[in-house]
Design a protein around this ligand. Structure first.
Ligand code: 3HC
Ligand code: NAI
Length: 694
């Protein structure tokens, strides 16, 4: 075995030279990997005793892409294009032997090889679009030549990988192999030599792209089919243009076009934000005083208390991850209703072809209903999702303390109550933690894990690990009113209420946020969620919200009653501005002597988002979030903040904290001290720094 570089070895197995990439953790194409591949292929080519070359990887995966940490830095030789030219242009067959994931530049390496084999569990994809990029090393030109234009468009624009079986069906790989992968790759290469098979260069393959030539409707209908999911993103359209170039231009001209589009995207604010977010999401898993080797408890059995809106969805998460879960209710009727909703949800997914009937039954089989807490005595984790009422929660936790096994994690899904108070009724506050799911709990990816004053590191490590296992994105936060996400949402919501009284109609406010990239604005959201929910909470706390209260008094609870801030016709969910509501707003404004005026979209955006940023700064000062990027992860996964704007803290940095601080001071003069810039915001603005600066 010869080391070509620190991360690429060359080994001889008879007539076959095996190049093995070993660049943990994911074999990204760092400079030394590119150099190792290029020089290794050169050496093997120059050696007359070598008949064929196999490229494979050590560790958990095939090459998972370009090294994202190198983006934005001065390029280092050799470039990936040169390496791929070398591979494809080699005069001897080159075979890629794939395990794990061949992603992005990794799949592009495999596509430059003459043959590809993979193990059954291997996955193949071009996820660059998720980083606001397109496959920039020939992926947009080679993939359509192999799998056809429609499949390539779907893979490149969604970024979703496909499995080995599908890859084989579409001709992306030549064989599925088992046993020792390197051995299987070598055996395949031997066979290519024995059979005297040609060097299959994808650049020369024409038939599949020829089928799409002169058919602009293929692209038009694809664009239409993805318009909704890709709204606001820049990369998807560039991906489509690059595939159009693959069809319209000769290979090398197509590569040049791909390169131009790639460089445009690389310099775009959208890609910068999305690359930032890739690392932000991974950083959220890192907790300085709870290192990765902190022992987490093994979770074999879960329990959920309450089968209401949240409990049912939470139970589904466990079942989806093959963890048996017992759901406890107070009586048979809510239990049956709750489990019925769960079944209906699964069946709806099955009817869309995303689950089989057998999957539905298997998952339902993992969910057991019960009315006696004794049924959860052996649960490793309990998630409480009963009514949001402190005396009830206290009663429930006192009982759990008596019944649950000594090392069980006791989690509460409370959204507004103090986790420390809940923990205080048990003799094991170290085992109590908040696990704040978002509605619908089986769909939304965010999980705020709420650390109480006495929560142990093991409990935190367990909650974070189980969160990931049930496919959530867990983010650790501290105890405060609303935790991180809802506390910031509240700051935005109170401004939205003020804006409609000052003269901006609800549909203008909503449109500003929709155009910014949110799925909907606060008023459409209120109508969707039901205005009566907040009304009940306000009444319980003796609070008012004059416009919303008036709407509720009129029975306008939102979509479910056909009217709220908007009105709705029949079953159509399109919000239609309503003169009745405008009248109510005018009356309330008059009663409060609020002078009305036209308000610009730009001001609306500042009024809605700057208070969120300010609240985020306070949250950091109060050490309720570990880092600014965690707040961004919360907003992207929990509230639909457009990922191509990074998150509120990243966005604030991109505007400049000085600009925001100065504007807030203007608002402070006009509207009062609620607008006072937070200490951290003022301090960073003075220093010319951002929240994310080291
Ligand atoms: N470059 C640099 N670092 C990377 C990386 C990459 N392409 N992919 C992953 N990493 C790092 C992660 O940041 C993480 O670091 P950390 O441990 O310090 O936080 C570590 O590798 C492990 O990553 P994950 O925690 O994500 O590990 P998983 O096992 O959960 O997932 C994976 C593995 C599926 C490979 C996932 O990491 C992934 O999706 N990676 C990105 C793949 C990608 O986007 N590839 C395209 C890159 S762009 C490109 O290739 C351009 C080309 O067309 C020119
Ligand atoms: P819900 O009212 O839909 O369901 C609560 C269920 O708990 C009811 O079915 C009730 O019968 C049951 N229950 C009451 N006491 C019980 C007990 N002692 N043992 C077992 N079951 C009992 O309420 P929802 O909306 O599901 O909320 C549950 C919790 O989740 C609350 O703490 C809420 O703040 C929190 N939450 C709610 C969100 C939402 O959007 N609805 C979002 C995030 C958190």
């Amino acid at each position: 075995m010869t080391a070509i570089t620190q991360s690429v070895d060359l080994e001889r197995r008879g007539r076959v030279a095996v190049l093995t990439v070993n660049n943990p953790p994911v074999n990204a194409l760092s400079q030394h990997v590119r150099q190792g591949l290029r020089d290794g292929v050169n050496q093997a080519t120059a050696d007359a005793t070598v008949g064929a070359i196999v490229i494979t990887c050590a560790g958990r995966t095939f090459v998972a892409g370009a090294d994202i940490t190198e983006f934005g830095k001065p390029p280092k030789e050799p470039g990936l294009h040169e390496v791929l030219d070398r591979i494809e242009g080699a005069p001897k067959p080159v075979v890629a032997a794939v395990h794990g994931t061949a992603l992005g530049g990794g799949l592009e390496v495999a596509l430059a090889c003459h043959y590809r084999v993979g193990v059954k569990t291997a996955r193949f994809g071009l996820p660059e679009v998720r980083l606001g990029l397109l496959p920039g090393a020939g992926g947009t030109q080679r993939l359509p030549r192999v799998v056809g234009v429609e499949k390539a468009l779907q893979m490149i624009v969604s970024g979703d990988p496909i499995g080995a079986d599908e890859a084989l069906t579409h001709g992306l790989i030549d064989a599925i192999v088992d046993g020792d992968l390197t051995g299987a790759g070598v055996a395949f290469a031997e066979k290519v030599l024995d059979d005297n098979r040609p060097l299959k260069k994808i650049r020369d393959v024409e038939d599949k792209i020829a089928q799409a030539r002169g058919k602009p409707e293929v692209f038009a209908s694809f664009r239409k089919s993805v318009a909704r999911q890709t709204r606001g993103f820049r990369a998807p359209e560039s991906c489509i243009k690059a595939v159009e170039a693959a069809v319209a231009l000769p290979f090398d001209a197509g590569l040049t076009r791909e390169r131009e589009l790639f460089l445009e995207l690389l310099a775009s604010p959208e890609s910068r934000a999305q690359r930032y977010f890739f690392f932000a999401e991974r950083d959220a898993a890192k907790i300085p005083d709870v290192p990765p080797d902190t022992p987490a408890k093994e979770i074999k059995k879960a329990a959920v208390l309450g089968a209401g809106t949240m409990g049912g969805g939470i139970a589904m998460n466990f079942a989806n991850a093959s963890i048996p879960v017992t759901v406890i209710e107070v009586s048979r009727e809510p239990l049956e209703r709750g489990l019925g909703v769960v079944r209906k949800n699964y069946e709806a997914t099955a009817s869309k072809g995303r689950l089989t009937a057998a999957d539905v039954e298997r998952r339902m089989g993992l969910i057991h209903g019960a009315m006696d807490l004794g049924a959860i005595a052996d649960a490793d984790i309990v998630v409480e999702a009963v009514f949001e009422d402190m005396p009830i929660k206290k009663d429930v936790f006192a009982k759990l303390d008596k019944i649950c096994k000594a090392d069980a994690v006791l989690a509460t899904n409370t959204s507004t109550l103090d986790v420390d108070v809940i923990a205080s009724v048990t003799r094991r506050p170290e085992s109590v933690i908040g696990m704040h799911f978002f509605s619908p709990a089986n769909v939304m990816r965010l999980l705020e894990v709420v650390r109480g004053a006495k929560t142990s590191k093991t409990t935190i490590a367990t909650a974070m690990a189980v969160g990931r296992r049930i496919a959530k994105v867990p983010v650790l936060v501290g105890v405060c009113d609303g935790f991180v996400g809802n506390r910031m949402l509240h700051a935005r919501g109170s401004q939205a209420e003020k804006l409609i009284l000052e003269g901006a109609p609800p549909h203008q406010v909503d449109k500003v946020l929709y155009d910014f990239g949110f799925p909907m604005g606060p008023f459409a959201m209120g109508d969707l969620a039901g205005l009566d929910v907040g009304w009940r909470i306000r009444k319980g706390k003796g609070l008012t919200s004059p416009v919303a209260d008036r709407l509720c008094e009129l029975g306008r609870f939102g979509q479910k009653t056909g009217a709220g801030y908007y009105h709705y016709v029949g079953n159509d969910r399109t919000p239609i501005p309503d003169p009745e509501v405008e009248k109510i707003i005018l009356e309330v404004a008059k009663a409060q002597s609020i002078a009305r005026r036209a308000i610009s979209d730009a001001e609306i955006l500042e009024r809605l988002l700057y208070p969120m940023v300010n609240e985020g700064a306070k949250i950091l000062d109060e050490k309720l979030a570990i880092r600014a990027s965690d707040i961004d992860v919360i907003w992207v996964y929990g509230y639909g903040w457009p990922v191509y704007r990074g998150g509120p803290m990243f966005w604030a940095d991109s505007i400049g904290l000085k600009v925001i601080r100065d504007r807030m001071r203007e608002f402070q003069r006009q509207h009062g001290d609620a607008w006072q810039p937070a200490a951290r915001l003022a301090r960073l603005a003075d220093a010319g720094k951002g929240f994310l600066d080291p």
